[in-house]
Structures are given as C-alpha cells and as structure tokens.
Design a protein around this ligand. Structure first.
Ligand code: UDP
Ligand code: MG
Length: 322
C-alpha cells in the first residue's frame, strides 16, 4: 500500500554506463514489484547534472521506451550533492521511499531488498555501508577511512564507510527539505534528521563502465565541504593554537632575557629564522581557515538556489522528450 519506491540516480557524463544501469535497475524494480515488495507505480529517476555528452538524450530515449523512467534535467552542472538533492526534492511528494544510488552501480543493487525490509520494519533512513574497500586503491582507502575518523574527531556524526547509497522515507525527505543550507554535504546532515535508522552492508565493486566523475580535486573539495559545513572545531583549534603559541612566546621571552644577561645574544639566529617562518606560516594558515568560514557565511546569506531544474520528463507529458 504505502510502498511506492523511487530510485534517484544523479548522472554526469554517464553515457557509457547509463543504458546498462537503466536495464539493471529496471529489472530490479520489476522483480521487487512482482515480489510485492514495492508498488506498481515505482519509478527510476535520472537526474542529468548538466552533462556534456549524450546522457540527456539517452534519458529521453529511455523515458520514451518505458514510463518507469523519469528524467530531470538541471540547467547546468551543479555537482553530485546538488544533483542528488534536486532528485530527492523533486520526487518527495510522489514516493513513499526513495533510494539514492550512483549511476555506475558500484553499489550492489541487491542490498535494496534489505533496505526495503528495514523500511517496512519502521526505519526512516537505511544507510548502505560498504563492508570492504578491496576495489579501491590503497591511497583512496587510506584517505577515505582517515577522513571518516577525522570527522568523528571533530564531532561530526557520520556513518562510517557510508556514501550516498541510502533509503529515505517520505517523512525523512520532508525533514531534509527543512535544511536550508547552501553548502551541502548530505551524508553529514542526514544523520541530524534523527528518526529510526539502520544500516545494510554490501560489497562495493568496480565502476561498470566509464571513468570516475570524481577526480582528486572534486573529492578534496567535497571532503573540505564536509568539514567546514558541519563543524567549527577548526576555528577553535586555531584559538587553542594561538593560546599555546602565546604561552610559548612568554617562555621564549624569559629565555631571551636570560641569554641577554648572560651575554650570548648573537647566537640563536637559526632559531629566530625558523620561528619567523613557522609563525608566519601558522598565521597565514589560520587566517585562511577563518576566511573559509567567512566565505561560507557569504554564500549562505545570499541563499542562492542550489539547483535549477530545466525540464522534467514524467508520464503525464509523454511526448515531451526534446
Ligand atoms: N556526479 C554528478 N555530478 C558531478 C559528478 C558526479 O552527478 O559533477 C555523479 C556521477 O554521475 C555518479 C555519482 O555522482 O552517479 C558518483 O560519481 P563517481 O561514480 O564518478 O564517483 P566515484 O565513485 O568515483 O567516487
Ligand atoms: Mg562511482
């Protein structure tokens, strides 16, 4: 009855993998329907995040062939987090539960059965958690796991090894829509919603086809976004650092006086130079960190839209597939 499922898939330049993904997801949904786990009006929603290749044409084609596919076209590339949010917000009135998944199907779609089972048991949010990273390079694994630990350390509640593969109920989506932040890091704000949640473990595999759309630059920027949009601990650390350095300078002052009266003032040139550079560097770094936060405040106060939808392909408008 109340189990209409929408699967939301953000896509950026995914022409190599899209048809295969669509086929596998369709098969999955049809199986779920025939098993009576989800209702017949369940859908698969592709959000085109301003792709430069033929991704949108493929989505139009899919929609034309089968109305199980819905397409949402953003006005330009806004990044994975915004594209995903656009999809979630667009469908939140129609679906009882929404599962978000990447277009490359690195996340095992068979974990969906268990997610739905947990939803039926009363969970509003079910996080997909990868139970191994054996397909990731050493560097990626090391940095990703270190990042989750660091986030925990600075007080951000995050589900370890969970990316954006998750199920959310309609109620959880309504709650998410009340978060107005422009600096978006979904996996950090979703645990803030509360409600009953659970995790489902799955094996994460390699990309089906195509290349990663998350080069190191985008990944670093997402990681940074996570820190600065969810915690002000870095600013506090700077304050603590300042206090420590001040205390240290008092000790240095006393030490200098002793040296002065001892008649050894010329020595210590190297330590002087080293401290000039070290302190200069720390000051610049600190101003930079504070500046980052001011930049974020600037963007938040403007309250610009996080995404703009150009076109939605839904079954009502069947032949609108320009
Ligand atoms: N993606 C997006 N906009 C972007 C970059 C990526 O919508 O600007 C989507 C992409 O199409 C995919 C998901 O985000 O569905 C995750 O990207 P990818 O699989 O390349 O990241 P990785 O798994 O390598 O971290
Ligand atoms: Mg991927």
């Amino acid at each position: 009855m109340h189990n209409c499922l929408y699967i939301v898939v953000p896509c950026y330049n995914e022409q190599d993998v899209l048809l295969e993904t669509a086929m596998q997801l369709r098969e999955k949904v049809l199986r779920l329907v025939s098993d009576k786990k989800v209702s017949r009006d369940s859908k698969i929603v592709f959000v085109n995040d301003g792709s430069k290749d033929s991704t949108w044409d493929l989505i139009c084609q899919l929609h034309k062939q089968d109305k199980i596919f819905i397409g949402i076209d953003l006005s330009r590339n806004r990044g994975h987090q915004n594209a995903l949010l656009a999809g979630l917000m667009a469908v939140r009135g129609s679906a009882d539960m929404v599962i978000s998944i990447d277009a490359d199907l690195q996340d095992d779609i068979n974990a969906m059965d268990e997610m739905i089972k947990k939803y039926n048991e009363g969970c509003d949010i079910v996080y997909g958690v990868r139970n191994s990273r054996k397909h990731d390079s050493f560097l990626k694994r090391f940095s990703a796991e270190g990042y989750y630990r660091f986030m925990n350390f600075i007080g951000v509640e995050m589900v370890f090894n969970h990316a954006d593969y998750r199920l959310m109920s309609r109620r959880a989506l309504e709650a998410l829509s009340q978060f107005n932040e422009v600096n978006l890091f979904l996996r950090g704000i979703i645990p803030m919603i509360g409600y009953k949640s659970d995790v489902v473990y799955y094996e994460r595999s390699k990309r089906l086809a195509g290349e990663s759309k998350y080069p190191a630059r985008k990944m670093l920027s997402l990681a940074f976004q996570g820190i600065t949009s969810l915690s002000i601990k870095p600013i506090r650390m700077i304050t603590i650092l300042g206090v420590v350095m001040f205390l240290f300078s008092i000790a240095m002052f006393i030490y200098t006086l002793i040296r002065f009266f001892g008649g050894f003032t010329v020595t210590g040139w190297s330590s002087l130079i080293v401290s000039v550079w070290a302190i200069g560097g720390l000051v610049m770094l600190s101003i930079g960190v504070v500046g980052e936060y001011i930049g974020k405040i600037y963007l938040e106060t403007k309250g610009r839209p996080k995404f703009i939808i150009k076109e939605i392909l839904k079954s009502e408008e069947q032949d609108d597939n320009r």
